[in-house]
Design a protein around this ligand. Structure first.
Ligand code: HEM
Length: 360
């Protein structure tokens, strides 16, 4: 790639780094309040504020980087032919543990072993764009949606105005649908990150066609977990990891999570294959692995420096995820940000063993 990289920049909410930091501390308080309210409603101790129910958790996956990786997309640990041990948590987005056939968005969290004692977390959801343009909208929607039901619509309109409310509601409705299978589902990062010298990218996991597994019973509360297990019993589950390159601030904005990076403007480039090996997900070992994965606190800021998350939405996620995880881990929120892999690893000390052990 000899083409000059298009210029890009980030913007601080509130106009300065310090003003944004204060706004984010407010979001942290809001998310902890939502977490406690949800726990009280569910009659349980605090859980993840979002994506509470794990569907699939495996720690014996591999991410195999394509041998013909374009040279500018090779960065740090991500090199052609590299085979990277990877742990995966697939989830329903709801704060509650509902049946898998309910309308919901789904999440995919990968923890990639970077081979130097560190790791890189990639987080995605099953819809290409967020309902929220920025972190403020994300938190306000979460506050209102988890408050009293009859007040949701009037509070949305008061907060965002009618046309923005309609956009947000349309997005949430379209993004939250019952699905048949996670093995055939695409997941999008929705927010950009730096990818070494290639500059900003968004990423996605795109399913590779695979044989249909045995269909679970419609009444199965864990429908998606059963469907995935049936598929994994029959053969490897495969996805391509693909990147979209930044084009310009209009077509591929850094700061607007509600704007799609259209494939016609920013086509996907396949860069690696995620391989979840064929296995019995009902075995004792696999169930233990799933529990261990459910104990990991994922955070997009668990990353080598060449892969820094970009934009205000992502900067808010650093402290917000850390504080939410402190809530369900029962550890104090030290006010820390995650800048190095070490800090979240400490928070995970209770999780059993290494996330990257073989669970065959
Ligand atoms: C727009 C891109 C986003 C994506 C793709 C995304 C995706 C995800 C995923 C996959 C999880 C589950 C992680 C796991 O399995 O443990 C998660 C959790 C969570 N997300 Fe996001 N999210 C996004 C934006 C945000 C924003 C803007 C906020 C708030 C500022 C937020 C707040 C949370 C919280 C509080 C959790 C629970 C974390 C924990 O307790 O461990 N997310 N998200």
């Amino acid at each position: 790639m000899n083409k000059a990289m298009p210029s890009w920049h980030e913007e601080y909410a509130g106009g300065s780094e310090e003003a944004e930091r204060q706004l984010i501390e407010g979001y942290v308080r809001d998310i902890r309040a939502i977490q406690e309210r949800t726990a009280a409603k569910a009659g349980k101790s605090p859980d993840r504020t979002l994506h509470a129910k794990i569907i699939v958790g495996v720690r014996n996956a591999r991410l195999v980087v394509d041998r013909d990786l374009p040279p500018d997309l090779a960065a740090g640990y991500f090199q052609p032919g590299a085979e990277l041990a990877t742990a995966i948590r697939l989830s329903n987005a709801s704060p509650f543990h509902r049946g898998d056939t309910a309308a919901d968005m789904r999440g995919a969290a990968l923890r990639i072993n970077t081979g130097d004692g560190g790791f890189h977390d990639l987080l995605m959801t099953s819809y290409p764009v967020s309902h929220a343009r920025d972190a403020w909208q994300f938190i306000e929607v979460a506050k209102i949606a988890t408050g009293p039901k009859p007040l949701v619509l009037p509070r949305f309109i008061l907060k965002f105005g009618l046309s923005e409310t309609l956009r947000i509601l349309r997005n949430i409705k379209t993004g939250s649908q019952p699905i048949e299978s996670l093995r055939t589902q695409q997941f999008w990062s929705r927010a950009p990150l730096l990818w070494g010298s290639a500059g900003p990218v968004r990423y996605a996991l795109r399913p590779v066609a695979q044989p249909a597994g045995k269909q679970p019973d419609e009444t199965d509360r864990n429908y998606l977990a059963t469907e995935f297990a049936n598929g994994a019993a029959a053969g490897d589950v495969l996805y391509k990891l693909s990147l979209q390159r930044y084009v310009d601030s209009e077509t591929t904005p850094i700061e607007n999570g509600a704007a799609e990076w259209r494939e016609s403007d920013a086509p996907f480039v396949d860069v690696a294959t995620l391989i979840i090996p064929a296995q019995d997900l009902g075995s004792t070992e696999a169930v233990r692995a799933k529990q261990a994965i459910d104990g990991l606190a994922f955070n997009p800021w668990n990353c080598p420096p060449q892969f820094r998350p970009l934009g205000g939405l992502n900067r808010a996620r650093n402290r917000v995820y850390f504080a939410s995880a402190a809530g369900w881990l029962g550890s104090p929120d030290s006010g820390a940000r995650v800048n190095r892999t070490g800090s979240v690893r400490r928070a995970n000390e209770h999780a059993e063993g290494s996330p990257f052990q073989n669970n065959r």
